[in-house]
Design a protein around this ligand. Structure first.
Ligand code: SF4
Length: 286
């Protein structure tokens, strides 16, 4: 059995940066160290952080906070304003690429564009972006696509500024743009999709085409990992999404000659390594 691991499997630049910052603070023995929401969408990493004394918290007013880490998804200006009233330290681990998207949303708003965000309205990154984008902002996600690139979009203003959640596929941005350009007088687009996501998706696509079984490693609550799973399912006959090596079952590999392994942007290398090692062991038993 041949096992191929995607080169870009595992944590991206932004998540690695946020993890490094937070584990360093924990190592320094900071008391009252909290993250605003789970730092990343990976239950195993969250467990490890809690063991180091770093607890996810939702309320920025909690009196126990001495240091609060903002995760890669960022926060809206209203939450920064609330935090500025508090006496604790803020450590901002918002990914620089997400910051850039927030800046573009603000610039578009200030230039009089109605901002249209291509992304998932419930995702924390989009929730934060909304705060920079003005009251008339619209969010469009792939679920709003009725097929044949027909979107349910409310009436648009004359000037539309489009940005995307950093983890969206570029096809989603292109498709929304094609729809909007037919309806607005002026359209400005900032491609805020992160290269790391686009490259990971492309690499996963190529890998899924060349294997007979794909293993996607990452949190079941990770949008990015789920996206990789869905993409693989459209290409490869056998695709399994696991969080840890313990979930791997020998039978999945019966009749498989080539196995592809990939992982989402929030999947640490050690979890991918454990899964790879277990698949090697399974292959030796066959
Ligand atoms: S996927 Fe890209 S934008 Fe998102 S955290 Fe990672 S590097 Fe940053």
């Amino acid at each position: 059995m041949q096992i191929m691991v995607a080169k870009r499997a595992g944590v991206c630049f932004g998540v690695k940066r946020a993890l490094d910052i937070t584990f360093k603070l924990a190592k320094e023995g900071k008391e009252g160290l909290y993250t605003l929401g789970p730092l990343i969408h990976n239950p195993q990493v969250i467990k490890k952080l809690i063991a180091e004394g770093v607890v996810p918290i939702e309320d920025v007013h909690n009196p126990a906070i001495r240091t609060l880490v903002v995760r890669t998804h960022g926060i809206p200006p209203s939450v920064y304003a609330e935090i500025s009233k508090m006496s604790y330290n803020l450590v901002d681990a918002t990914c620089p690429f997400v910051k850039k998207a927030q800046q573009y949303a603000q610039v578009l708003k200030e230039e009089g564009y109605q901002v249209l965000i291509v992304g998932d309205k419930e995702h924390p990154e989009v929730q934060a972006l909304l705060g920079f984008a003005g009251d008339d902002v619209i969010v469009i996600n792939s679920a709003g696509n009725n097929g044949n690139n027909s979107y349910s979009i409310p009436p648009l203003k004359n000037k539309i500024g489009i940005i995307a959640q950093t983890t969206q596929p570029v096809e989603a941005l292109e498709s929304v743009f094609r729809h909007v350009i037919a309806r607005a007088k002026e359209v400005k687009v900032y491609n805020t999709i992160c290269d790391s996501t686009a490259l990971r998706l492309e690499e996963t696509k190529e890998l899924a085409m060349s294997v007979d079984t794909m293993i996607v490693v990452g949190g079941k609550n990770s949008a990015n990992t789920t996206q990789l799973t869905n993409l693989s399912k459209g290409i490869c006959a056998k695709v399994y999404h696991i969080e840890t090596a313990d979930e791997l079952i020998d039978d999945w590999f019966t009749g498989s000659e080539k196995i592809g392994i990939t992982g989402g942007a929030s999947t640490p290398q050690w979890i991918i390594d454990e899964a790879t090692e277990k698949i090697r062991e399974i292959s030796l038993r066959r």
